[in-house]
Structures are given as C-alpha cells and as structure tokens.
Design a protein around this ligand. Structure first.
Ligand SMILES: [Zn+2]
Length: 280
C-alpha cells in the first residue's frame, strides 16, 4: 500500500511539474489531524518524543488521538508538547481483543463506561461498529446513548448504515465518521451530512479517492465545498508502517487541499478540528 501511494504521489508531482497542469501549490498552513493512533506496535520504534517530533515537523498542531491500548494516548499526553495538542478519545481495545471482539467483552465495556463517566477523554473511538452485529447489542446502544448524554463524541469506523443506526439509538450523538465511511461514495456522504447536523468526518484513507492522476475528483470537490464545515484530514497511524509514512501521508493531504478554495482548505486542514475541540 505504501509503495503504491508513494508511486501515485511521485507520478502526480511529475505530471504537474512536466506539464504545468493545474499546479496548485500544496496547502501550507497548520493542520489538525482528525485520526491519529499511537498503539503498542509503534512504541518501541517511535518513542513519544519521536512521534511528537513527526507531528511537530509536519505543522500538526492538534490531533484527535486514540490507541490500542489507551496507554499510548496517555503517554503522548503526558509529554505536554508545547506546540502539539493531543485530543484524547477512549478506545476500548487491547492487543488481545480489538476491532472484531471489543463489543463482546464485558471488561472492555465496563472500562469504556467508566472512561466516559470520568470524562478524561473527549469521547469514544475509533471503534469498529457494524450495523448488523454491533448495533444489535443493547449494551452498545446504551453506551452510545450515555456518550451522547455526556456531550462526548464517538468516532465510528462504520458504513453509512451503522451511522444511521447510531443516530437512531442516540439522536443527540456527535459523530466523527472515521474515513467518511472508508468506501461510501460522495453522494451517500453528502446525503448523510444533509440529514444529520452533528455528523463530521475525517478523510484518512480517502486521499486516493479525492485526487487522481486527472486531478481532484469533481464529486469530491463539490462535496468538500458544500460541507466545508464537516471534514478534517487524518493520518490513521494504526501501524508502524503508517508512522514511517507519516510525512508523505501529510504531503498527500497538503496536495489535495491545495486544489480547494483557500477558505475551504483552511477549514478542512485545521479550523474544523480546532473549533470542535476548542483548541483556539
Ligand atoms: Zn483508525
């Protein structure tokens, strides 16, 4: 995946340089990363200083952060970096039980409930929620209701069906839709955002959909302009490889942001995240 993304990026840069095609400058402003992880696999390769240095060098000034286990997020926060603000979400995953089973484990759910009540985190996420399995659980629906009652956020990795179920179970939910559904097309994302005022999304893993060798996708461009207040970029550093790739992931995001009107790019690059989480 990394090699392919690198290839696309180099191909795009070459194309723009050689043919002078719509060579919009990459976005240069500060960033808010709406989808960061600092999970156990990364700890021995990128210690907290190295991880925060990568964010700092990329001008990432805030990051919605979660990790497997939560200790990773706590380690980053403990550094109290002078320029990089960590906005913590609680992820009820452990190395032994993650995306496929967290919702079946009583201890994980006990811990999630306790974390929400303690309000040391800004919400629950990133959690994998499937409409046909996870949302059938009365305990999960109760947890999501409580998250909403407390005014906290949930960041689900879900298709639009599960997001619809979340709003059905807890209409006051504040949802940061991970990857904007990962594979849901702009038409569906747009309809969801028209319908739900409290729906925002990070765009991690969507770079290759937003921009191709032909330039920015017109359907994505129209969506990002129409709902400019709802989107954030995201790096999704779930693996060690993604941490190695962090600078190039950020460059890819800067490149497609550079194709948007400046006021739209500013919102998606940093203003939306900063507004939602009160950073400025
Ligand atoms: Zn993720």
């Amino acid at each position: 995946m990394f090699a392919f993304r690198q290839f696309i990026w180099i191909a795009l840069v070459t194309f723009c340089t050689c043919f002078g095609a719509a060579a919009d400058e990459p976005y240069k402003g500060r960033l808010f990363d709406g989808h960061l992880h600092y999970s156990h696999q990364a700890w021995d390769v990128f210690d907290t200083n190295a991880a925060l240095q990568l964010l700092d060098e990329a001008s990432v000034r805030g990051a919605l952060t979660s990790s497997t286990p939560d200790e990773g997020t706590q380690r980053l926060m403990a550094e109290q970096h002078p320029r990089v603000r960590i906005v913590p979400l609680y992820r009820p995953y452990t190395p032994a039980a993650g995306s496929g089973s967290w919702f079946k484990r009583a201890t994980h759910l006990d811990n999630a409930e306790a974390a929400m009540e303690a309000a040391m985190h800004r919400g629950l996420g990133e959690v994998h929620i499937h409409a046909s399995v996870v949302m059938k659980s009365a305990r999960i629906r109760k947890l999501l209701k409580r998250v909403a009652e407390l005014g906290l956020y949930v960041q689900p990795h879900s298709g639009y069906e599960a997001v619809t179920e979340i709003f059905k179970a807890a209409p006051d939910s504040k949802v940061i839709w991970a990857h904007a559904g990962f594979s849901d097309p702009p038409s569906i994302i747009g309809r969801m955002m028209d319908k739900y005022d409290n729906l925002w999304a990070d765009l991690s893993y969507r770079e290759m959909h937003i921009i191709t060798a032909e330039g920015i996708d017109p359907y994505w461009r129209a969506l990002l302009v129409r709902h400019a207040d709802r989107f954030m970029i995201g790096s999704d550093t779930w693996s060690v490889d993604r941490w190695y790739a962090f600078p190039s992931i950020i460059e890819e995001n800067r490149m497609w942001l550079g194709h948007l009107p400046k006021d739209v790019a500013d919102k998606i690059a940093h203003l939306n995240g900063e507004r939602l989480f009160g950073l400025h």
